[in-house]
Design a protein around this ligand. Structure first.
Ligand SMILES: [Fe+2]
Length: 136
């Protein structure tokens, strides 16, 4: 379980709300993962995760583009890699190729590595630049 705390804040309100929602979603999936793994076809909760990821990445890319973040293309590549990895994980889970906890490990490391480290880079650029008010 990931417990949300203020160390995770980036300083960009809409991104922080979305990241917080992401931790709730991971925790909900973790709680229900054994029954999710038994679902025929796409589990509704995993569908929510896919939609969340696409929506959230687009939000971040819009924030970065509006602020003129120079590493936007690199960050976009990280996002498309994560979407691909997520689709692979879900496919492996649905084909019984991995233990259900495999996807939880992936989501937790996504949160720790991508959300906290990579997103911290663009967020501190934007906060430092002081473009917050003008970017929205
Ligand atoms: Fe990101």
């Amino acid at each position: 379980m990931i417990e949300w705390n203020s160390d995770y804040l980036t300083g960009i309100d809409e991104i922080d709300l979305q990241h917080q929602y992401f931790t709730m979603l991971i925790n909900r999936i973790e709680t229900k993962i054994s029954s999710i793994a038994l679902d025929e076809g796409h589990s509704p909760l995993l569908n929510e995760l896919i939609y969340y990821a696409r929506f959230h990445f687009l939000s971040e890319e819009n924030v970065m583009a509006e602020a003129g973040y120079p590493e936007l293309d690199t960050h976009k590549r990280l996002h498309s890699d994560l979407i691909e990895q997520l689709n692979n994980e879900i496919q492996m889970l649905e084909s019984d190729l991995v233990e259900p906890t495999h996807i939880i490990d992936m989501l937790v490391s996504w949160f720790r590595v991508h959300t906290l480290e990579e997103d911290g880079k663009y967020a501190s650029f934007i906060v430092r630049q002081g473009t917050l008010g003008t970017a929205h």
